[in-house]
Design a protein around this ligand. Structure first.
Ligand code: UD1
Ligand code: MG
Length: 454
């Protein structure tokens, strides 16, 4: 029999207690949908494409994961045992072992699951499962053991006797099965007495009854086992995950000043000797280089920042900064903003879908949209690219070493040649050739105005 590992992630449940239009497993924890953690964990355990069992709001889950996983549909939620049955056809025929776990438990450390798989394979067990000992039993199934400490079965909380309810060893819901045994025995599951569901957990008792080899791995870190059924648990998981992330980046050589006030999403990367100041939010797939200074009060989403950049209180979304950029306070970089080396943005600069060449300076109160600026040009205070004519967006091209005077209005589409200058207050509606100076649009009196006689 092959030793090949497959994985089944159960995600078909309704998630009623979330009270949400969004599928439960798509709710983010530290900026990342819960189900993504499950998929990554399976991959870390050595399964390239896990099977995800979907049912309720399955279209949302399918749209997110696409072909990164294999989907199995469970049309009626008849219990966790039934859900695994639904995955059977989707699994490669040659899978020797099957790792099964639930999608609503994002705090499991991937290394925990991998260790479980390794133990399972080393012991040649029929079933190897995690257990945890906890004072707060969280409505989890209880692990029943005999007088010799051997596992006997799992009893679900709703079916447990008062005595069984007192058991502190609980089932976090991570199992590794020998595939052939799993398929044979799933068929034999009976609906439970109280809920009428097919419980996956009944398989433990069946394996023990058959004298098959059952192994347990007891972990001490209860925080890994928090399941998310409502938004209170979601907030708790979020808190734990964020603390883990902060600890990881600090141990990697990043200074966090007042860590509790700093929010870093799970997939953010930060280089060594970067300092993050309070109340800063680093979101999505943001990547920050080394020796940067970020914040306080910066919000950075899905952006790339080079080395040795300094960013004051500002907002960035889908923007890119090369090395040695300094900006802020109060800048807004919108999607497609690209700042080359040594660009300086002062306060109140907004940049959208524009590329600023090396060493461009833009000190105060300006907007550049759909613009290209050549190296070493200076954008005077109050400059605006008038990129929208009411119907469409138009481009502005500014050459190298250009000096745009304060309060210039650049009415796009328009091109300003290399080494050109515009005077303060210029309204530029036509292209300006290289090495030229453009001024104008002085205010004129155009008619009488009688305020009392409109
Ligand atoms: C389950 C375990 C319990 C364990 C607990 C840990 C069973 C019978 N019980 O209980 O021992 O302590 O998890 O959190 O397995 N799902 C489906 N299809 C279904 C039913 C559930 O895909 O028909 C999925 C859900 O989406 C969820 C997971 O399976 O991701 C667990 O289901 P849930 O109803 O939350 O089980 P628990 O009652 O928490
Ligand atoms: Mg649950």
């Amino acid at each position: 029999m092959s030793d090949k590992l497959a994985a089944v992630i159960l995600a078909a449940g309704q998630g009623t207690r979330m009270k949400s239009k969004l599928a439960k497993v798509l709710h983010p924890v530290a900026g990342k949908p819960m189900i993504e953690y499950a998929v990554e964990t399976a991959q870390f355990a050595g399964v390239e494409k896990p099977v995800v069992v979907v049912g309720h709001q399955s279209d949302q889950v399918r749209a997110l994961l696409g072909d990164r996983v294999i989907f199995a549909e469970q049309s009626a939620q008849l219990g966790t045992g039934d859900a695994v049955k639904c995955a059977r056809a989707a699994l490669e025929a040659d899978a020797g072992h099957v790792l099964v776990f639930y999608a609503d438990m994002p705090l499991f450390k991937p290394a925990t699951m991998r260790a479980l798989v390794e133990k399972h394979l080393a012991c040649q067990a029929t079933l190897t499962m995690l257990t945890v000992i906890a004072d707060d039993t969280m409505s989890f199934g209880r692990i029943v053991r005999d007088a010799n400490g051997q596992t006997v079965r799992i009893v679900e909380e709703v079916e447990a006797t008062p005595q069984e309810l007192g058991i502190k060893e609980i089932n976090p819901g991570v199992y590794c099965f020998r595939a052939q045994w799993l398929w044979e025995n799933l068929q034999a599951l009976k609906p439970s007495a109280k809920k009428g569901e097919y419980y996956l957990t009944d398989l433990l008792g069946m394996a023990v009854g058959q004298g098959a080899r059952v192994e347990t791995e007891t972990i001490e870190d209860v925080s890994q086992c928090i399941g998310i059924n409502n938004r209170v648990q979601l907030a708790l998981a979020e808190k734990i995950m964020r603390e883990r992330i902060r600890e990881r980046v600090m141990l990697d050589g990043v200074t966090l000043v007042d860590p509790a006030s700093i929010f870093i999403d799970a997939d953010v990367e930060i280089g060594q000797d970067t300092v993050i100041l309070p109340n800063t939010h680093l979101q999505g797939k943001t990547r920050i280089g080394q020796e940067c200074k970020i914040g306080p009060n910066a919000i950075i989403l899905d952006s790339v920042i080079g080395d040795t950049c300094s960013i004051g209180p500002s907002v960035m979304e889908f923007a890119t900064l090369e090395d040695h950029v300094d900006m802020g306070p109060f800048c807004h970089l919108r999607p497609g903003a690209y700042l080359s080396r040594h660009v300086h943005l002062g306060n109140y600069a907004e940049v959208k879908k524009s590329r600023l060449g090396e060493g461009v300076h833009m000190g105060h109160f300006s907007y550049l949209g759909d613009t290209e600026v050549g190296a070493h040009s200076n954008i005077g205070a109050g400059t605006i690219t008038c990129n929208y004519d009411g119907k469409q967006k138009n481009r502005t091209v500014i050459g190298e070493n250009v000096f745009i005077g304060s309060d210039s209005m650049l009415v796009a589409p328009v091109t300003i040649g290399d080494h050109a200058r515009t005077g303060a207050g210029a309204v530029v509606t036509k292209d300006v050739p290289s090495n030229s100076l453009a001024v104008g649009m002085p205010a004129r009196v155009i008619r009488k105005w009688n305020a009392g006689n409109e």
